[in-house]
Design a protein. Structure first.
Length: 299
């Protein structure tokens, strides 16, 4: 069947439109279940898994947080649900707060806690995304991970969900009957703003929208609003994809030559070019940037 030139052009544009559609995967850090208020903990943990029932996440667990019966139950349930588990050190201390050999031993200690779970994969994430204060430490840690067959699990979309959670917990402690739904809109707006920023950075630095990995944390604010967050992305035309699918993109093999090393992978790739100094604050994300807004909102 013959088709017109216009129809041919429209058909050829479909793959390009598909490539241009942003996508995002969920990664989650720490597993500090004990920070969730006890009277909300059971429901919150059930909700976290329920929110992720249609996608596969990557959970980077701090060994010390899950080296106990409750933490072990979380690891088993997430593995059974098909999610992947990665190494986030045992003590969850930032690399520049320990001697290099102690930091490396902390990684191996965490592996000892996690390796028995079916979801465990040899992927590592640096606490607070700090990969080494100097080029020498950066290269040392990269060599260590390679020798032990680990891949780094970078994020592309950084956010301060941990700070929103910290403020929410403080408010609930001071005011037991506080309406937690007041955090919903500011939290969603914050993550959406950060997603747009890093996606634009991706297009400017790499010429495309990469499959994004969003860093969140195992906490109450995400137990409350992660489902809303995923619906928000979908409603705005983003695809929600599995974390392993996102990590299969070649961009995640890049190792930017920045020091201090770390932050969002896109932040570091932009920094490496020397062309985006006016857009790259350090650290990339922090509670100090969010405090004025939440203060104004009385949250």
């Amino acid at each position: 069947m013959l088709i017109s030139r216009r129809e041919a052009l429209l058909q050829s544009a479909v793959p390009l439109l598909a490539q241009a559609r942003p996508s995002i995967a969920i990664t989650m850090d720490d597993v500090h279940w004990e920070y969730i208020p006890e009277d909300r903990r059971s429901e919150a943990e059930d909700r976290l898994l329920s929110h992720l029932s249609k996608t596969q996440a990557f959970l980077f667990a701090a060994g010390g947080a899950v080296d106990n019966p409750h933490g072990a139950a979380i690891m088993k349930s997430w593995s059974a649900a098909g999610h992947r588990i990665g190494n986030h050190t045992y003590s969850h201390k930032v690399s520049n707060k320990m001697k290099p050999e102690e930091f490396e031993a902390d990684i191996l200690r965490c592996e000892g806690v996690l390796r028995g779970y079916s979801g465990f994969r040899k992927w590592f994430r640096f606490p607070a995304l700090k990969e080494g204060q100097t080029s020498e430490l950066r290269d040392r840690f990269r060599s260590f991970l390679a020798r032990h067959n680990y891949r780094n699990g970078p994020i592309t979309v950084d956010a301060s969900d941990w700070y929103y959670n910290q403020r929410l917990i403080s408010r609930l402690t001071a005011e037991r009957g506080f309406d937690v739904s007041r955090y919903r809109e500011p939290y969603l707006a914050h993550v959406w703003d950060r997603a747009q920023f890093y996606d634009q950075l991706s297009r400017q630095v790499l010429g495309r929208s990469v499959p994004h990995t969003l860093e969140l944390h195992y906490n109450l604010v995400n137990a409350l609003f992660l489902g809303d967050l995923l619906r928000m992305f979908r409603s705005k035309g983003w695809g929600v994809i599995d974390a392993e699918e996102a990590f299969s993109d070649q961009v995640f093999t890049r190792q930017p030559h920045t020091a201090p090393a770390g932050e969002s992978l896109l932040w570091a790739l932009a920094k490496e070019t020397g062309k985006f100094a006016d857009r790259l604050r350090y650290p990339g994300e922090s509670g100090e940037y969010e405090k004025p807004l939440l203060d104004r909102l009385g949250l």
